[in-house]
Design a protein around this ligand. Structure first.
Ligand code: DX5
Ligand code: ZN
Length: 217
């Protein structure tokens, strides 16, 4: 069954506690938290204090996506704030293995991701060391962008890569303009986890949209 990771970035920040309740009711498997620093991406979003607040508002695992320079400087903060998974961008790590190990040492599941324009072979050697491979299907930075159709082939390629590993395979998560209309195609291409922001919080009934997503897999 596909797991759903609603992206809180597209939700109503005046009432995140209600949003967390809706995610629980809708059958979400985890909560996607987009951290942006205004350097790696042009947008600034939230820091570890928000993760800490979300931690108190839900028991669902927190799937933290770091779109920041020098992620190694912040791993401990995000781990202590209550992250269950921390995904870093290959473009931001000078020593990828070290950052992955830092995340593990904090008792958190590590994930790796890359911009759509970064060649897939840059992450290949690290796929066996992580619990999550995040395929970005939009340029990191904003919610509400259009799915880059060429990335559908990347999901298939990552699926092949992951299936070629032994038993401890990482999950494949797909992030960027995943909506009800394309979710089946994304799952068929190989996704285990669907991240969706505007595809959920841009609809009138968040809970029933989440339930529809969950049915797809
Ligand atoms: C983009 C973020 C995504 C984004 C998803 O940089 O990583 O997680 O919030 O939002 P939608 O689903 O609206 O594209
Ligand atoms: Zn994200």
């Amino acid at each position: 069954m596909v797991k759903l990771s609603p992206s809180v970035l597209a939700a109503d920040f005046s009432n995140l506690s209600l949003v967390m309740d809706q995610c629980g009711e809708g059958g979400a498997s985890m909560i996607h938290v987009d951290v942006m620093d205004g350097h790696f991406v042009p947008n600034i979003t939230m820091g570890s204090v928000v993760v800490e607040g979300l931690r108190r508002a839900t028991d669902l695992p927190l799937d933290v996506h770091l779109m920041i320079e020098n992620p190694h400087q912040y791993i401990t903060d995000f781990a202590k704030a209550g992250s269950d998974m921390i995904t870093v961008h290959i473009e931001t790590c000078s020593d990828v293995k070290k950052v992955i190990q830092m995340i593990r040492d904090e008792g958190v599941k590590p994930g790796i991701t890359l911009r759509p324009s970064t060649p897939l072979n840059t992450i290949e050697e690290f796929v066996k060391d992580v619990d999550l491979v995040l395929v970005m299907t939009v340029e990191p930075g904003f919610s509400g962008q259009l799915f880059i159709t060429e990335m559908m082939e990347r999901i298939v390629a990552v699926r092949e890569l992951v299936d070629g590993l032994g038993e401890s395979r990482p999950d494949i998560s797909v992030d960027g303009d995943v909506k009800l209309h394309n979710a089946s195609e994304v799952v068929a291409a190989g996704a285990d986890i669907l991240v969706s922001g505007s595809g959920i919080f841009g609809t009138t009934d968040h809970v029933s949209t989440m339930k529809e997503f969950v049915k797809i897999g």
